[in-house]
Design a protein around this ligand. Structure first.
Ligand SMILES: Nc1nc2c(ncn2[C@@H]2O[C@H](COP(=O)(O)OP(=O)(O)O)[C@@H](O)[C@H]2O)c(=O)[nH]1
Ligand SMILES: [Mg+2]
Length: 187
């Protein structure tokens, strides 16, 4: 079974994103506070393949408390990772930088000449600021994480994309599903 791993520091929004991806918006209780994920949580996403056929993909949340050991949860065959970042929370940038680098290095080591690994940097909580401010926050994160240099270093083994979403406003989810679909169907 194809597994897509979701990592990101505690409070970045992983659990809400996964619940939204795997259920309908009207089934989500947004008033319910999320208990911080302990360990690893498993979700199933049904992807349309052709006609009425569906393909099941497992989405696996790596809890923020496990951050020191996230890479130990990547199996040798895992090449798909979504790294969730709340762009408004600059206080955790040093933490993100360390863990992102570890994750990219682990992904890269699983790639080979014919199979690159894929990283989706997913900016959460886009409802918290206006569009212009969102762009500024993302630019700040890219700069603080030295993202261009990091990506250039790993460009031969890791394909990189960025997306934004808001569970509150129900925005960005078709594009995330499309990324998962494209990546899983090419495996
Ligand atoms: N404004 C806003 N807040 C969100 C959104 N998604 C999650 N949150 C908040 O972020 C907190 C942490 O979310 P959670 O999914 O538990 O983060 P995790 O620790 O990465 O799994 C939640 O308690 C929510 O209050 C969103 O789309 N918009
Ligand atoms: Mg969680």
């Amino acid at each position: 079974m194809v597994v897509v791993l979701f990592a990101g520091v505690k409070g970045s929004g992983k659990t809400f994103i996964l619940k939204r991806l795997c259920s309908h918006q009207d089934q989500l209780d947004l008033s319910q506070a999320c208990i911080p994920t302990v360990g690893v949580s498993h979700y199933q996403l049904q992807l349309p393949v052709s006609g009425a056929h569906k393909r099941s993909v497992e989405l696996r949340e790596l809890g923020g408390a496990l951050a020191q050991n996230w890479t130990a949860y990547l199996r040798p065959q895992d090449r798909l990772l979504v790294f969730v970042v709340d762009p408004g929370d600059v206080s955790v940038v040093p933490e993100i930088a360390v863990h992102l680098l570890r994750c990219v290095e682990a992904l890269s080591s699983r790639a080979d000449d014919s199979n690159k690994a894929s990283l989706l940097l997913l900016y959460s909580k886009s409802d918290l600021s206006e569009q212009e401010e969102q762009l500024r926050l993302k630019d700040r994160i890219r700069l603080l994480l030295r993202l261009p240099e990091l990506l250039e270093f790993y460009e031969r083994s890791v394909e990189f994309e960025e997306l934004s979403c808001s569970v509150w406003k129900d925005e960005g989810f078709p594009a995330i599903k499309d990324w998962i679909c494209r990546k899983c169907c090419s495996i």
